[in-house]
Design a protein around this ligand. Sequence first.
Ligand SMILES: Cc1cc2nc3c(=O)[nH]c(=O)nc-3n(C[C@H](O)[C@H](O)[C@H](O)COP(=O)(O)OP(=O)(O)OC[C@H]3O[C@@H](n4cnc5c(N)ncnc54)[C@H](O)[C@@H]3O)c2cc1C
Ligand code: SF4
Length: 463
Amino acid sequence: MGKPTGFLEYRRAENPCSAPRDRVSDYSDFHFSLPEDQRREQGARCMNCGVPFCQSSFGCPLHNLVPEWNDEIYSGNWSHALSRLTKTNPFPEFTGRVCPALCENACICGMDDPSAAVTIRENELAVSDYAWAHHFIEPSIPAIRTDKQVAVIGSGPAGLAAADLLNQRGHHVTIYEKDELPGGLLMFGIPAMKLEKSIILRRTEKMQKEGILFNCNTEIGRDLPAAQLLKQYDAVLLACGARQERTVANADTGIPGVLSALDYLSENTRALLEGRESSKNAKGLDVLVIGNGDTATDCVATAIRQGAKSVRQLVRKPPKTGERVWPYRPSGEKTAYGQEEAAALFGQDPRMYEASIQKLLVDEAGALCSAVVLQGESEITLPAGLLILAAGFSGAEEKTAKAFHLREDGKGHIGKADYTTENPSVFACGDIRRGPSLVVWAIAEGRACAKAVDRYLEGYTNL
Ligand SMILES: Cc1cc2nc3c(=O)[nH]c(=O)nc-3n(C[C@H](O)[C@H](O)[C@H](O)COP(=O)(O)OP(=O)(O)OC[C@H]3O[C@@H](n4cnc5c(N)ncnc54)[C@H](O)[C@@H]3O)c2cc1C
Ligand code: SF4
């Protein structure tokens, strides 16, 4: 422990960010880093607890060695901090930006007052940013290669994490991805203001230099039959995500102006990358977003950046309340960046609780123009040029299971607790196995699955 009195001397200080009104004119990341001396103070706040709950199963799913690298940050040993951080987390530049920081809920500094927890996520990001800026992170080609070939289907965080570990172990890894760019929901789900796309490409370019083959624009089951992969590879790993979107009663996606959240968000990112206007655009429209999770928040924030006239968010249930029980995740309602921006621009929180669509009304051309909404007991008609359905995801797409003749478990998940499937050479990890979750969980699953694959290929594993 570097500074025994750090947690008494320094208060928690978060990265500053631009005011909501100032940041909505583009899709840039709106957070700034603390200067190095202040970051070291934030590292010094870690108490190096005898039982570090932050890295236990209450906290970080990757079991990141949080106290160790916080101490290295305090001492200014950035390369040591990186080496301890990457022992468990191959992609701190992703989690440092988008992780909900389960570790901070479990931090003992925040036991009585959550706003006193150590800034673990931002400390992690600072190590990663420092390391990339100072070229500590460079391609490292495995010294020894095995004769085993592994196919990974899907290049989201689960597929990338598995591919990275299997490649470092010396196996020959090929990734198949149906989108034109790698990254899964990191690339075409999470919007650029939360995760700039160059950050994903920087990582996948490094992985390519380390020997991993990326085949984008290739959908297994359509462009290449599953049987060919089973024949060609010693093991196949399914990391295809859980993209089956939940339907919303009385909201027909066949009506022009009604969109699924993923179609809406992915087209916006594609347009941004190609330097054109999105064809699914909220500009000048009254927008309704259905749902209350991260995806709904991202839709609210994207509609604002596209220049929506108004944005409302319909939430079926009443606002979540609930006491915080340390070290568990708080169950109460949180106001995220999208709601902050809507409140700053339109004068009120966009969320309407206990509200659901009763009927959609269309104009003479058949396009959406308004929605009849039931809120509590009252029926109201709201103007709506665009309705975005962000009610969550129910599980994996059926076609993946069918292509590999696998059964899903009745909840839309494929794969067992030990990452195996009914076919001994096929494995599954990430959202496709555990259901819609988080980036940090996808990375943890990818790494655990890589160990299962290695054990299958070699009869033991040292990963
Ligand atoms: C809008 C949105 C915002 C989110 N925000 C956050 C956040 O802020 N923080 C957080 O922690 N989590 C967030 N999540 C959740 C997180 O993104 C996912 O849990 C995570 O990406 C799952 O990783 P995965 O690798 O299992 O699947 P995915 O990221 O879904 O990747 C699966 C990949 O497989 C490919 N694929 C599927 N089938 C085939 C096939 N047959 N052939 C070839 N390729 C195929 C897909 O194209 C995709 O690229 C968000 C999710 C969404 C939708
Ligand atoms: S990956 Fe997430 S949960 Fe784990 S230490 Fe980093 S911010 Fe915390």
